[in-house]
Write a protein that binds this ligand. Structure first.
Ligand code: APR
Length: 244
């Protein structure tokens, strides 16, 4: 039987949450780990696919060089996601929408699990694997959960590419700026399941901290951001967020 240790949540954090109106949550791959979604790093390993490190296959350079291979990689990831469900961490965050006057969920994840758990306004910094985008006119196309993805742009007929941010590419217009604005105004900022190695996403807790927010990390491991947090809750997101 798995023992769930009650996270050692400080009285200060509980007090700040009791008074908070504006809360921001930055999430990474670790928030989906308990749903069965593999993380990219953590545990000392980095993900590879067909012998290619994910930073290579998930890059703008590879997209230019070999779009079919990049699609194969995202088709494979979508296939692994199809049967997975949101976990207790996603559900706890979705419940916080009713608890705080202004909850901002900013995610680096492209899996759409926050939305499936009921989170209404999710800022997707790195796009979404359930969408394709025209490589020319940029029209976005939904990829159905069941069935095949669209072959070409319904508007201009040009090739479609995954609507995700690849390494070497810029973030969707406005997404980071909106997240930064909310980070600068929040009272409590949670950093959940991210190694804090990828920018500009990892700068959001720093913006929040600089603006006086209480920053709390939730992760089974120390990360590049731990030293800049006011509180570090060591453990799985599902256990800890459910206890907050
Ligand atoms: N609960 C909380 N955190 C967890 C859990 C869990 N159950 N399991 C693992 N983690 C932590 C790991 O310890 C690690 O620190 O989640 C983190 C995952 O880190 P990464 O794999 O580096 O993922 P992320 O930080 O989201 O990566 C950022 O890099 O690969 C690109 O675009 C991709 O969005 C991604 C970005």
């Amino acid at each position: 039987m798995q023992t769930v240790t009650t996270p050692n949540i400080s009285a200060e954090l509980r007090q700040r949450l009791a008074n908070a109106k504006r809360v921001l949550v930055l999430t990474g791959a670790g928030v989906s780990a308990e749903s069965g979604v593999p993380t990219f790093r953590g545990g000392g390993n980095t993900a590879t696919w067909k012998g290619l490190p994910f930073e290579v296959i998930s890059s703008g350079t590879m997209l230019e060089r070999n779009l079919p291979l990049v699609w194969e990689w995202f088709d494979y990831r979508r296939e692994t996601l199809r049967s997975l469900k949101p976990n207790a961490a996603h559900e706890a965050i979705a419940r916080w929408q009713e608890r705080f006057a202004e909850l901002t969920v900013v995610t680096q994840n492209i899996d759409g699990l926050h939305q499936r758990a009921g989170s209404r306004h999710v800022v997707e910094l790195h796009g979404n694997i359930w969408r394709a985008r025209c490589a020319v006119c940029r029209l976005s196309h939904e990829i159905p959960a069941a069935g095949t993805r669209p072959g070409a742009c319904e508007e201009c007929g040009n090739a479609l590419r995954p609507d995700v941010v690849l390494f070497g590419e810029i973030l969707p217009a406005g997404a980071f700026e909106f997240g930064a604005q909310r980070a600068a105004a929040c009272e409590v900022c949670f950093v959940v399941g991210t190694s804090g190695l990828v920018y500009p996403a990892a700068s959001l807790p720093e913006i929040a901290k600089a603006a006086g927010a209480f920053v709390c990390e939730v992760n089974p491991e120390r990360t590049a951001l731990s030293d800049r947090c006011d509180e570090v809750l060591t453990g799985k997101a599902g256990d800890i967020l459910s206890a907050l």
